[in-house]
Design a protein around this ligand. Structure first.
Ligand code: C2O
Length: 572
């Protein structure tokens, strides 16, 4: 009997082990998370002034969504305000499901006041920090929140496990006036829009501004610990420097992709970008609190919000947080500091987190990105450069907003009157892009796309121009991550620059800043069918037309085709 029991036990062991494996959390079925977004007007007071802003469920910033890799999100949006709205899940790939991507007039008609739409999508092959925001006009200035993707259960981080995670910090901008009036007036007069009155940490301007000492964001920490901090730049029009007095930061992830860790005093983050950093707190802090600060990085020739916002890293509750020394951040136009910082990014390129960089290229695309002008209508005086109106373009094409969603036109194969497939893939009139600008800076207007074969490998060089002043442009591609294989200053040299590419461990991102008077080279596989917007994540440039769309055709296999639209997709 005893012998027999032993035999049974040992032969059962593999099955037992199998059962234990199944029960392990890491192999548990993915979860579904349901959220309701009631978009409503809410009164908020900042900088001594109260205004009514659109919020999600009355919260500003909006609710934090927390999921795990592999989970499904179902977000029911009810629009109760007088503006159209739609939501974008910034950085989520939305494979085969462009219908959930969100940019108004690209993947969907906006949700009109009184209407609803349900975003239903699954997070596959991504983990880290992303975010969500409105994608209609400038509404994202108020409508934004974090989207945290934890690794699958039982799967750790590729760096020492932090003691704790701190709440995400979203950098933002605040205008005391109505931002929809600001942009519509600017588009009318052709001048630059009024700049923001303050920068914010999770919606709070903090002690450097009037009436704001009570509106100071505080992060509570213990001495001698390693924390993970999620940073998101949700500002409208400004790249930002960030630093903490007497502390350094180790960057471990960018745009929901792990990177080889590197440590800095100051980091630079562009609108749209996200970063996870490790923060070692002081074992024996000499002060009970330290200041975190953000300030702009820009080379614009126009005006900009040249203020600094502060928040507090608090080791012990303290009452005097208004006279703490600010961290020393680089000067606002310190492009050298930005270059030194961005040089550090590398993919892990490990067996578990490989970098699938296209080694061969099917399509070479060169886009100029920058500002331009439109003539002033004859019955008007304009406030743009030399009495013109400001515009912005890619390859001199300023995006003309269609009156219906491009993705619907594509799915129905009814393109006439909606879009043209002839977006130029090289500059129509080559010039010395970063030298003296041409005399004629007028742009063309059109709703054009670049069609791509499924799974084509694309090399995209984004070339900044000096038209109306060279400045950096944070370009964001929907539906994809890309690898940043090279960058430099001046004009891209197609003969010599490719030899210097990093095709081994380039960083993988969804938003990259085209350097001031420089270029950046990206590669990606067009493996996600649909219509995908690419644009400057400065909303002022987006409003001026600095965007285009890629039309990625279906592949031959069933899992390489777009899925049909949901039945509640909004109508225009
Ligand atoms: Cu975060 Cu099209 O944007």
């Amino acid at each position: 009997m005893g012998h027999r029991r032993h035999a049974v036990a040992s032969s059962a062991w593999p099955f037992l082990a199998f059962a234990v494996l199944l029960a392990l959390p890491g192999l548990a079925a993915a979860a579904t998370h349901r959220y309701t977004f009631n978009v409503q007007m809410t009164k908020v007071t900042r900088l001594c002034k109260t205004k009514s802003i659109p919020t999600v469920n009355g919260q500003f910033p909006g609710p934090k969504l927390v999921v795990r890799e592999g989970d499904r999100l179902i977000v029911k949006v009810h629009n109760h305000i007088n503006y159209n709205v739609s939501f974008h899940w910034h950085g989520i790939r939305q494979v085969q499901k462009g219908w959930a991507d969100g940019p108004s007039y690209i993947t969907q008609c906006p949700i009109q006041g009184g209407q609803s739409y349900t975003y239903d999508f699954t997070v596959t092959g991504q983990r880290g920090t992303l975010w969500w925001h409105a994608h209609f006009s400038w509404l994202r200035v108020h409508l934004y929140g974090p989207l945290v993707i934890l690794p699958k259960r039982g799967e750790g981080y590729p760096f020492p496990r932090p003691y704790k995670e701190l709440p995400p910090i979203m950098f933002g901008e605040w205008w005391t006036s109505d931002t929809e009036a600001v942009i519509s007036q600017a588009l009318q007069t052709g001048g630059g829009p009024n700049v923001s009155n303050a920068y914010t940490f999770n919606g709070l301007p903090g002690p450097t501004y009037n009436c704001s000492l009570k509106d100071t964001y505080k992060l509570k920490v213990e001495p001698g610990r390693t924390y993970m901090l999620r940073l998101i730049n949700s500002a409208l029009n400004d790249e930002l420097f960030f630093g903490i007095t007497n502390h350094s930061l180790t960057v471990v992830e960018a745009d929901a992709n792990y990177v080889k860790p590197f440590t800095v005093k100051t980091l630079v983050i562009s609108p749209g970008q996200t970063m996870n950093v490790l923060l070692n707190t002081a074992p024996n802090p000499v002060s009970s609190a330290y200041t975190m600060a953000i300030a702009p990085y820009t080379n614009t020739q126009g005006t900009f919000d040249n203020t600094t916002a502060a928040a507090v890293l608090e080791y012990a509750p303290s009452t005097t947080t208004n006279n703490l020394p600010l961290p020393s951040l680089p000067r606002y136009n310190d492009t050298g500091a930005v270059t030194n910082f961005s040089r550090n990014f590398r993919s892990l390129a490990s067996p578990q987190y490989p970098a699938r960089v296209p080694q061969a290229v099917d399509r070479h695309v060169l886009f100029t990105v920058g500002l331009g002008t439109d003539p002033c209508p004859s019955n008007q005086t304009c406030q743009g450069p030399n009495g013109t109106k400001f515009a912005a373009s890619i390859n001199n094409n300023s995006f003309f907003r269609p009156s219906t969603a491009l993705l619907e036109a594509h799915y129905a194969r009814r393109y006439a009157g909606v879009l043209l497939a002839n977006f130029p893939t090289t500059p129509p009139h080559p010039f010395n892009y970063t030298g003296t600008p041409p005399n004629n800076t007028f742009v063309m207007h059109g709703t054009r796309v670049v069609p791509l074969k499924f799974n084509a490998s694309v090399e995209l060089v984004l070339q900044g121009t000096s038209i109306q002043g060279a400045e950096s442009h944070p370009l964001h591609l929907h539906g994809y991550n890309f690898f940043v294989v090279g960058q430099g200053f001046g004009n891209f040299d197609p003969v010599n620059d490719p030899a210097k590419y990093n095709l081994v461990d380039p960083v993988e991102r969804n938003t990259i800043s085209v350097p001031t008077a420089g270029w950046v080279a990206l590669r990606f596989f067009a493996d996600n069918p649909g219509v995908w917007l690419m644009h400057c994540h400065f909303d002022v440039h987006l409003s001026w037309g600095l965007s285009m769309a890629w039309l990625v055709n279906d592949g031959p296999l069933p899992n390489q085709k777009m899925l049909p639209p949901p039945s509640d997709l909004p109508k225009c």
